[in-house]
Design a protein around this ligand. Sequence first.
Ligand SMILES: *Cc1c(COP(=O)(O)O)cnc(C)c1O
Length: 353
Amino acid sequence: MRPLLARIALDALAHNLEVARRHAGSASILSVIKAGAYGHGLARAVRGLATSDGYAVLNIEEAVSLRQMSIEKPILLLEGPFDAEEMHACAEFNLMPVLHSPHQLEWLAQATEPLDVFLKFNSGMNRLGFPMAEFDAVIAHVKALPSVSRITLMTHFATADEDFGIDWQWQRFIARAEAAKLPISAANSAALLRYPETRRDWVRAGIMLYGASPFAGVSAEQLGLKPAMTLQSRIIALQTLKPGEALGYGLTYMADAATRVGIAACGYADGYPRHAPTGTPILVNGKRTRTLGRVSMDMLAVDLSHIPEAGIGSPVVLWGEGMPVEEVARAAGTISYELLCALAPRVAVRESA
Ligand SMILES: *Cc1c(COP(=O)(O)O)cnc(C)c1O
């Protein structure tokens, strides 16, 4: 069997949820499990995150599959219904839709059964949400609808993970939200970890539950988080480059000295980023080394010059335990979220309790 495997540690998910719990205080935690739980698998993640107070997903299909797994906790639909029929499904499956635009309020007005809704306001990210200028009018309109039982006020931060922070958005939102005397949901992982004032009633924790840091300058370990996914493989071939010999498609890496190279079974068709350049960190036999040359569809090359004991069958960790996914992501010019979500369906998954 091909030695590539994604190991998912359910106890790491549970541990990270407890870290979130400590930060959340008395706020309830919606575990964000969109995109197949950031590549970890919806059903599997729900088992690891069983003590969540609720879940947040993107698609109605994900929400319905949670109900079919007999999950009875609150489920937030992060972009709300995409058509009137999905608004009916929200009532049928007892889902809490995020409502961010006027066309959704028209569908809501036609709903017959009462719904708990999250009203999303645009406090500066300019992606989804009603304008802050319409704050009171939107709330009054929705309050007057017979199809609404509970309203939660929501906003989303654009720079909670960056030096720019959240204050500029928070100042626009919080006084008005408090004056409305309705429950509030604002914090993503970065805000939950860094800005305690944003906890409020419902926090929406995503990336931290999977054991990755939302911050560029702070490691997951420093935050007390454990990686839930370890993408591991083995060395399946060895090469020795003479000085002046090059490697892989495009011959983009040329050896300036004799170089011992290992070929690992993992490529871009598995979700490893093709744009990861020579020098991207990787673990062989538990030792850090670097990738060499271009990532192929099914394989990549690693430098074994300083790991003479490594050979055929030596274990390789692409990311996860011992090799933070954020570091790999940074080397490849992206973020951990993208690497985790891109894990390909062809990769075998094994879960550990
Ligand atoms: C994805 C998402 C989150 C979770 O963000 P993380 O950075 O992964 O914690 C929270 N809120 C909304 C609206 C989202 O779309």
